[in-house]
Design a protein. Structure first.
Length: 349
């Protein structure tokens, strides 16, 4: 059975706004491969478009915005921190498709800045309607609940006024968004086959779990035997994998597949997030500098830097055997380099 052909046919059955630049490049990191004794490739989802900065969220948003357009929505709401890549890319994608974007963003740093930086600055340039919720010393989850309640009230009011509002969860982490990474997995496998390569391990950063859900669903659909290592960028319980598996299975049902993903099909690396989300680590700082100085590629302190540091440790410690073929999935986020000092750390030293 041609699993690739079947996957492509299934993905054609659901709405998609083709805005991003796909396929993204996949290439070998020759210098680091020689350093580490593995066959290391990088999947460049930092080059997805639609604006200068790209990132993994564009894959999800093609399917989310496609769904919104197909069903006649005119306004899109979503959530994140003030430096959310997802929120910024949502604003970009909405502009490209003629939809209004409204962002509810939690301020975790609570630093009084004279002007917005990085993604928040881009949100303003893009003309999104932005609502900032100060954390005020609360846990992120508590502030998120306030954001969701304020959003619910605005949706209710706007729908009374005749608007049709589409609410996207934080990170685009639902079955529609994760479908983008079923497509991404197929894209990566096809590129590896063209290079006469087969991945043994895939490493990526995970926050809300939507990207992992799509990768795991793609792995199941294509009957791939690569091991997916998801480096968490904030504290996670292993039980969170049950939620991720549910999203993966909903994505598979959405495109008409009866394949199944189990929590045991996925692997969390829980040792590399440091003090928490948007908190820099020494190891991530060193990983950012190592990749930049060995290969000329930039990763960020919030997501991809932590993931790259986790992958390096897994290889150096022997958890990943010498000679393995590894794909590092660069999920973007370069704007994080230009964020507040509390997020960036000391990457210039």
């Amino acid at each position: 059975m041609d699993h690739m052909k079947t996957a492509k046919e299934m993905l054609q059955t659901v709405p998609r706004s083709r805005i991003g630049f796909f396929p993204t490049p996949l290439h070998r990191l020759n210098n680091i491969s020689n350093d580490l004794g593995v066959n290391l490739y990088i999947k460049r989802d930092d080059m997805t478009g639609v604006n200068l900065f790209g990132g993994n969220k564009v894959r999800k948003l093609e399917f989310l915005i496609g769904y919104a357009k197909e069903h006649g929505y005119d306004t899109v709401f979503t959530f994140g921190a003030t430096q959310s890549n997802h929120a910024m890319e949502t604003a970009s994608m909405c502009n490209a498709q003629g939809l209004k974007s409204i962002l509810y963003l939690v301020d975790l740093t609570e630093q009084k800045e004279e002007r917005p930086k990085a993604n928040l600055l881009l949100d303003m340039i893009l003309g999104a309607e932005v609502h900032i919720i100060p954390a005020n010393g609360r846990e992120e989850a508590e502030a998120d609940l306030e954001a969701e309640e304020l959003c619910r009230k605005q949706v209710e009011q706007m729908e009374k006024e005749g608007h049709k509002c589409f609410v996207i969860p934080e990170g685009g982490a639902n079955y529609i968004g994760s479908t983008g990474f079923i497509n991404g997995y197929a894209e990566m496998l096809e590129q590896m086959e063209q290079l006469n390569e087969k991945p043994d391990y895939i490493f990526h950063a995970t926050g809300t779990g939507g990207t992992l859900a799509g990768l795991a669903a793609g792995r199941a659909l294509l009957e791939s035997d690569a091991s997916i290592y998801s480096v968490t960028v904030s504290p996670k319980e292993l039980s969170h994998l049950e939620k991720v598996a549910n999203i993966a299975n909903e994505s598979l049902r959405y495109i008409g597949s009866d394949k199944t993903v189990l929590p045991s099909d996925m692997h969390y690396e829980l040792s590399y997030y440091g003090e928490g989300y948007e908190k820099p680590t020494k190891e991530a700082t060193e990983a950012i500098q190592y990749l930049a100085r060995k290969e000329g590629i930039i990763v960020d302190p919030v997501y991809t830097g932590k993931a790259f540091s986790g992958m390096l440790d897994c290889i150096r410690s022997g958890k990943i055997p010498q000679g393995s073929t590894v794909v590092f999935w660069h999920t973007g986020g370069a704007t994080g380099i230009f964020a507040e000092p509390e997020i960036v750390g000391e990457i210039w030293k």
